[in-house]
Ligand binder design. Sequence first.
Ligand SMILES: Nc1ncnc2c1ncn2[C@@H]1O[C@H](COP(=O)(O)OP(=O)(O)OP(=O)(O)O)[C@@H](O)[C@H]1O
Ligand SMILES: [Mg+2]
Length: 302
Amino acid sequence: MRKFRTYNQVDHDTGSELLEQVLDQRARLSQRLSSVGTIVAIASGKGGVGKSAVTANLAVTLASRGHAVGVVDADLNGPSLARMLGVTGQSLEDGEDGVVPAAGAAGVSVISMELFQEGADAPLRWKEPSSDTFLWQSSMETTALREFLGDVAWGVLDFLLVDVPPGTDKIRRLLELVPNLPVALMVATPSEMSRAVVARSLRMVREAEVPEVGIVANMTEYVCPACGHEEPIFTGNGVERLSSESGVSIWGRIPFDPHLAVSTDRGAPWVLEDPNGPAAQAFDALAERVEGARNPRAERVP
Ligand SMILES: Nc1ncnc2c1ncn2[C@@H]1O[C@H](COP(=O)(O)OP(=O)(O)OP(=O)(O)O)[C@@H](O)[C@H]1O
Ligand SMILES: [Mg+2]
């Protein structure tokens, strides 16, 4: 059986300067993030529940409320945030201080693998050695995420939102890079299936002692565009159960609105198009809750 040593166990010069490189990257990451106010992970564990749509609409809502906002699309295989924030086709520039993020809707800064790919539909191909593909890919993903966080010229930000792709391992990876993550939002739909999967991710962030954790209930009810009547979409009360069983409160309830999907998916987050509608009101309430979140990282700064 092979024996792996961790970086910390390498105590002699390996000739590859691996240890120095890793320590240097860690130092760069924490230096860069020192100018970022509150980092908010938007995760779920479950796919397709609306994490990216919530990230895009929350980002522009926070920006409209006067904050400097950045967004990291941590989904390397199915990136969507550049598109949702209307910046597909832009090429990134290398600034003196690192890669300059693209400026999206409402001035939100965004970095996404989409901006590095030649065509929007081009799949990401890993140039891995023929063996150990899985191990290699996982380490490439960690490297890419570290670079998105640490090698981008974010400047001074009030909020940096990170859209975490489905899978509990992806949340764990972010927590390794940002061990003092202050806020995690878990997106869930009211379905029973969503409850079971999201519950596992919730347990993980609570075990990691993330100080502020909230549930975002997405697609709670359908609002008739013609008459404003609200009708529940899913039967059951999966989100309420999730909240009561985990002891984590619900920070936001986002209604299902077909315009939200059409508009957001083509690069115009719906809350900017219909700023007084039910979805925009729901995102405003969520943004207010996020603004009120305690941030121990900031409290340490004199
Ligand atoms: N509240 C909503 N009302 C209407 N459409 C929504 C709502 N939330 C999300 N959607 C739409 O549902 C689809 C799936 O959402 P999205 O891509 O944000 O999910 P995701 O959790 O990021 O998925 P993945 O796990 O694949 O990354 C998108 O077309 C999105 O615009
Ligand atoms: Mg997504």
